[in-house]
Design a protein around this ligand. Structure first.
Ligand code: ADP
Ligand code: ZN
Ligand code: MG
Length: 479
């Protein structure tokens, strides 16, 4: 039997508020353990939470940016469970009346657009962090609890089970990341745990519509792990089903070192959490005017920006998609063309040499050794015919390592393009004299023979002759 994968993601997105969701403690990452704590986030008896208004604003903006309906009457609930990283023994979250529901985002996979529905977006507090003395809890003599993260605001963004492959899941998560970055509600640094996904995966026979039994992999914090965990799980479940077995509904962990998922515990159901309304917080009531105000504050979103780049600069849909696929990429592109550089050249250089170098050294574009301004300056040199596209590749590599301005590199290395007719003519005459066969071939009707001659002239000029002029001069002389 052939199976189809069914995947739904619950994405946790840490919000970039200055203070925590229910107290005034700072949210910053990387502080000394247990320095961002107070009686409220430590859950000491007799204290009361107060909602951070920014969190509600960010929740509504996230909902609007993903085409959700905003619930004008929304409330918090307690999700009860016991674990050392949760000092109150409940997580203040939202249950039946989340801030936003019924949204969608569009993704592209292999040139096809697909709409992925969002079930809901709710606000909640993060838990603390266990810091083990060893690598894992199992090989640790002791573990500390760091409560700095306790009470950091999160949005949980839940998708419908509309995803059908690891690639679709990746595209979806990239889209959510881009939107949250654009609307500026989260830093979305996956390596710092700002963005983490719980992945739900099941299989069903192709052609059927009923959902199969799912497994859940929690806290996936990189795109690589997301893809590997899903692919591994699809393969594992396929084998189980093909052997006549049944999938057990369970929570599994993904081990990035081995690229496999391992059974952790049987999955809890909602009733296990004994959800109850949070009595210490009033419901959140939002007016139409407030919602419209937040809507008016939203920036241009990735899809709109993509469409604009296509229209304004004649970029292809694919190129525009890549150039708007993350906020950092979009801002880099904007900064390059702000120098006056041609948009298509900018697109080609960013997606070509720059991306190649960044990938090879695993650097993100924010940390690119070649700043956007520098790349723009270099493109201007190409546009002014100071250097050829070919020489520019050399200049680019030089900028990558030396961080010098392109004009200085061109000057220091004597890379200025030769556009002096007399100088090029001299080399052309020499090449014609030395290559009788190619000249005869060309005159005999083989027009392609000119290619070899152009190559010789370029070589003779150390790549610096203006290629267009070389072509023209050769053609003229061989007439
Ligand atoms: P929880 O995991 O907290 O119990 P839900 O039951 O609402 O919450 O489901 C969470 C996620 O699992 C959603 O993204 C949903 O689309 C996805 N999901 C639910 N059932 C399945 C299934 N059978 N196969 C794959 N994904 C599923
Ligand atoms: Zn606090
Ligand atoms: Mg879940």
């Amino acid at each position: 039997m052939k199976y189809e994968a069914v995947i739904g993601l619950e994405i946790h997105c840490e919000l970039k508020t200055k203070t925590k969701i229910f107290c005034g403690c700072a949210t910053g990452f990387g502080a000394e353990q247990n320095t961002h704590v107070c009686p409220v986030c430590l859950g000491l008896p007799g204290v009361l939470p107060t909602i951070n208004r920014r969190v509600v604003e960010f929740g509504i903006k996230a909902g609007l940016a993903t085409n959700c309906t905003i619930n004008k009457y929304s409330k918090f609930d307690r999700k009860n469970y016991y674990y050392p990283d949760l000092p109150k023994n409940w997580q203040t979250s939202q249950y039946d009346l989340p801030i936003a529901e019924h949204g969608w985002v569009d993704i592209d996979v292999e040139g096809e657009k697909k709409r992925i529905r969002l079930t809901r977006i709710h606000m909640e507090e993060d838990a603390g962090k266990l810091v083990h003395s060893g690598n894992t809890i199992k090989d640790s003599a002791s573990s500390n609890v760091d409560y700095n993260r306790t009470g950091v605001p999160l949005l949980e963004i839940v998708s419908e089970p509309d995803l059908r492959s690891a690639e679709e899941a990746r595209a979806y998560m990239e889209k959510i990341k881009a939107i949250m970055e654009y609307i500026d509600v989260s830093n979305c640094r996956m390596e710092e745990g700002n963005l983490r996904a719980d992945i739900n995966v099941s299989l069903r026979p192709v052609g059927t519509t009923e959902l199969g039994t799912r497994t859940e992999m929690k806290n996936i914090n990189s795109f690589k792990s997301l893809v590997e965990a899903i692919e591994y799980e699809i393969e594992r479940q396929t084998e189980v089903l093909e052997d006549g077995g049944h999938i057990i509904q369970e929570t599994r962990t993904f081990d990035p070192a081995r690229g496999i998922t391992l059974s952790m515990r049987s999955k809890e159901n909602a009733h296990d959490y004994r959800y109850m309304p949070e009595p210490d917080l009033p419901p959140i009531v939002t007016t139409e005017e407030e919602i419209e105000k937040f809507r008016s504050e939203l920036p241009e979103l990735p899809d709109a920006r993509r469409a604009r780049l296509e229209k304004e600069y004649g970029l292809s849909d694919y190129d525009a998609g890549i150039l708007t696929g993350s906020r950092a990429m979009a801002e880099y592109f904007d900064a390059v063309i702000a120098t006056g550089a041609d948009a298509k050249l900018a697109a080609n250089w960013i997606m070509g040499d720059l991306s190649k170098n960044l990938n090879a050294e695993s650097i993100t574009i924010e940390k690119s050794p070649v700043e956007a301004k520098r790349l723009g300056e270099m493109i201007l040199l190409i546009m002014k015919n100071t250097i050829s596209g070919k020489i520019a590749k050399k200049v680019f590599q030089e900028m990558w390592t030396s961080k010098d301005a392109p004009a200085k590199i061109v000057e220091d290395k004597g890379l200025v393009q030769i556009t002096d007719t007399a100088a090029i003519e001299g080399i052309v005459d020499e090449v014609i004299a030395k290559n009788e066969k190619a000249v005869a071939d060309y005159k005999g009707g083989n027009k392609k023979a000119i290619g070899a001659l152009v190559g010789q002239v370029m070589k003779g000029s150390k790549g610096k002759a203006n290629p267009q002029m070389v072509n023209e001069l050769l053609a003229k002389k061989l007439q």
